[in-house]
Design a protein around this ligand. Sequence first.
Ligand code: KIV
Length: 301
Amino acid sequence: MSPKMTAPKILARKGGSKIKMVTAYDFPTARIADRAGADIILVGDSVANVVLGYEDTLAVTVDVMVHHTAAVARAKPNAMVLGDMPWLSYHTSVEDTVRNAGRLVREGGAEAVKLEGGRKRLPMIRAVLGAEIPVMGHLGLTPQSVHAMGGYRVQGKRAAAAYELVSDAKALADTGVFGIVLEGVPDVLAEIVTREISVPTVGIGAGRHCDGQVLVLHDVLGLGGGEYLPKFVRQYGSIADDSVALLEQFFADVETGEFPGEAETYHMPAESEEILRDLNQMASEPTAAADDLLADEAMER
Ligand code: KIV
């Protein structure tokens, strides 16, 4: 069994072996991710799109994130459980931020939290770190800013914006985050950030130069509903198609009576079966006879 992954161990992986991160939102997907060797399981607010069918991530609340994080934590993975802070859980005040991060840890079993944004989040990040909760940053295409960005667009394509992002990354790293997710940015920008900061970068749509990579589990496995997939996703199979085929087999077996078979069936002792049949036949006869039969069965036991 590999030892438990922690924030300090992730930090120590800077420039070393690549960090493997994937999302999971419940007990079975957490078990799958952990068996496959994930370093970090992110209970992402992408649960909103991927599992709950919303258009964007803005719909999910701290309660929803606690619910899903707790299900993942119950799998007791060796991977670190990283809870995503949903929109508006760290935007209103430092106090709310610490309380909400604390709920993900205390009620959800998260071992660290992730939140989106650059320098304007520093007071919140400092406060959460002050409560002894490790924090991972998230820069670039930050889905919670979908309206402010005018859609899901690659960020930092022009030098000025890219330079702002480098400055954000440096500020977050200096403040003490143990890693930064870089999402939807040109590879050269991710390369520069990765070189310039002392904490690991984990890329998603950020090219190959990051210290690690993350994808949404349902995208990797082809477990979604066949909807649009971003360019940066590599789908390794189609669990959705496989599942449809397996269920079709089940339904066909139900139709033909092939299911359930002997191996899937319970039986009662032969003498009880006989009595049951007699009882059933005597349904219209005086109850004294039925009582005698039941007494006989009790004696035989
Ligand atoms: O919620 C999520 O899945 C994420 C990843 C895209 C990094 O934040």
